[in-house]
Unconditional design. Sequence first.
Length: 316
Amino acid sequence: MQKSLKHFVSACVIVSFAAIQPLQAEESWYPSKYGPEDTLGAINNLTPDKVKQAAGLVKTGKTYALGVETGPTSPAYPPRSYSMTILQLDDGTGTPLGINKATGNDDLMYLWMGIGSQIDGLGHMGVNHVYYNGNKASDFVTPKGLTKLSIDKLPPIVSRGVLLDIAKLKGEDILKEGTAINSAEIKAAAKAANVQIESGDVVLLHTGWLNVMESDPQRFMAGQPGLGLEGAKYLASLDVVAVGADNWALEVLPSEDPQQAFPVHPELLAKNGIYILENMDTRALAADGVAEFLFVLGQPRFVGAVQAVINPVAIH
C-alpha cells in the first residue's frame, strides 16, 4: 500500500508539473526587465547622453521626412480608412466674422490611426490577450481608449537612427514579397554600411517596397518583404528602441510560418517593449547613402490611442 501510494503521489506530481509547463512558458516573457510596473518598454534605453550622441551625427543639416502623405487613397489594412470634412468657421453662408471680416476653415477628421506612416504602441498587439509587461486586455482596454500603454504617455523619441539598406545588399531595387530579413541580413547590411547597432537606436530597414504602393497598391497590401521572427529577436537582443521599414506591417508577409499571424508584432511589442514604425519613407536616405542620422519623433498625444499617424524626421 505504501509503495502504491508513493507511485500515485509521484504520478500526480509529474502530471501537475506537465500541466503547468505551458503556463510557465507562456508567462516567461514578463515581468519586463525594466521593472514589473514599467509601461514604456525600450524607451527606457533613451538617455540624455544618447540624445547628445545622436545630435553629433548632424553633419550637413539636411532633413528627411520619413512619413508618407496620408489620404483617402492610402492603401491600408481593411477596414481602415480616411475621411475629412472641411468646415467654415463663419455661419456657413460665407459671411465674414467681426468688423475685420475674418474668415477661416477647420477640418473634421474621421480616420483609423493605423493608416499611412504610423507608430504602433505597446497596447497594439499581445499574446492571447496579454500585452507588454503582463498587462491583460481586460484591465486596460476600453472602447473609449487605453488606460495604460497609450501613445499619449510616450516621451519624444530622439535618438540615433540607423538605416540598413537590405535592397542594396541583395542587389535589387525592390525586394520581392515574402523575402525575410533576419540576423544574417541585418549583420551583413550593418557591416556594409560600417555601422554597429547599439542600445537605444532606432533601426530602419530599406527594401524598396514603398515604390510598389504608388505603382500597384493591391500588390503592396497583398504581401511584402520584411523583418523575420529571428531577425526581430536579434534586434531585441541589442536593446533597440524601435524598428521600422518601408512597408505597411514591418514584418515579412506571407509569414515564414503560415500558421502564425503577424508573429513579429507581439515579439517586439509585447515581449520586448520595442516600438514598430510602419510605412517609413526611407528612399531619400538610401539614395543619399545615409546610414546613421539623428532621428526625431514627437508623436501626437491623443489620449488613450493605440497607435498614431506620424512623420518622423531624419537629420544628417
